[in-house]
Design a protein. Structure first.
Length: 173
C-alpha cells in the first residue's frame, strides 16, 4: 500500500512494480506497459499530491494532447489495489451474528431461514429499531393469520366407548 502512495510514486527512484502487477493477475504485455508507465509517471506535473486516492483518480482521468491516457493500465491497477478492503472486520461481525442466531440447539436451521433472520436484524438496525419497538404492518399480520388458519384443520376423533368428538389439530409439514 505504501508503494503506491503519492510520495513513493513521484520519486525518481522507486521499487519495481512487476511483482505487484503479477500478484493481481496482469498479463506479460500489460506488465510491460505498467512498468513503462511506472517509470514515466514522475515526469508529469500532478495537481493532487496530498491524497493518494485523489492522486490516482487524477491519473485515471488524465488525458494527453492526443486525448489518450498514457497511464491507463497503471491507474487501473492501483485503483484495483485501493479498492480492496483493509480489514475483514465487517465479515467478522456477520459471522458473529450468524453464530448468535444459529446455535447448537438450532443447528438444523436452513440457510434460507438464517439469511432471512440476518436480513431482518440488519434492516431493523439500519432503521434504528429493534424487534420490540417494530410495528408489524397490518397486511403482514393478515398474511400470517391466513397461514396459521390453513395449518389448523378440524379432525374427528371417535372413541370406542362413546360418541365421536370434533377437535382441531395442527398439521406439520
Amino acid at each position: 500500500m505504501n508503494m503506491i502512495s503519492v510520495r513513493e510514486t513521484v520519486k525518481a527512484t522507486k521499487p519495481p512494480i512487476i511483482e505487484l502487477a503479477q500478484e493481481f493477475g496482469c498479463q506479460a504485455n500489460e506488465i510491460e506497459r505498467i512498468v513503462i508507465q511506472w517509470r514515466n509517471i514522475q515526469h508529469t506535473d500532478w495537481e493532487n499530491k496530498c491524497s493518494t486516492v485523489e492522486f490516482w483518480s487524477e491519473v485515471h482521468e488524465y488525458k494527453d494532447s492526443a486525448d489518450n491516457n498514457p497511464f491507463s493500465e497503471l491507474a487501473s491497477l492501483t485503483i484495483s489495489i485501493l479498492s480492496l478492503p483493509h480489514s475483514n472486520a465487517e465479515i467478522e461481525r456477520v459471522f458473529s451474528q450468524m453464530n448468535i442466531v444459529k446455535t447448537k440447539l438450532r443447528n438444523r436451521m436452513s440457510l434460507h431461514t438464517l439469511n432471512s433472520i440476518l436480513h431482518i436484524r440488519y434492516g431493523l438496525k439500519r432503521s434504528g429499531k429493534c424487534c420490540h419497538s417494530y410495528n408489524v404492518p397490518e397486511h403482514a399480520l393478515k398474511q400470517i393469520r391466513g397461514i396459521k388458519e390453513s395449518l389448523v384443520m378440524p379432525m374427528t376423533i371417535a372413541f370406542e366407548d362413546g360418541p365421536s368428538t370434533t377437535s382441531t389439530s395442527t398439521r406439520r409439514s
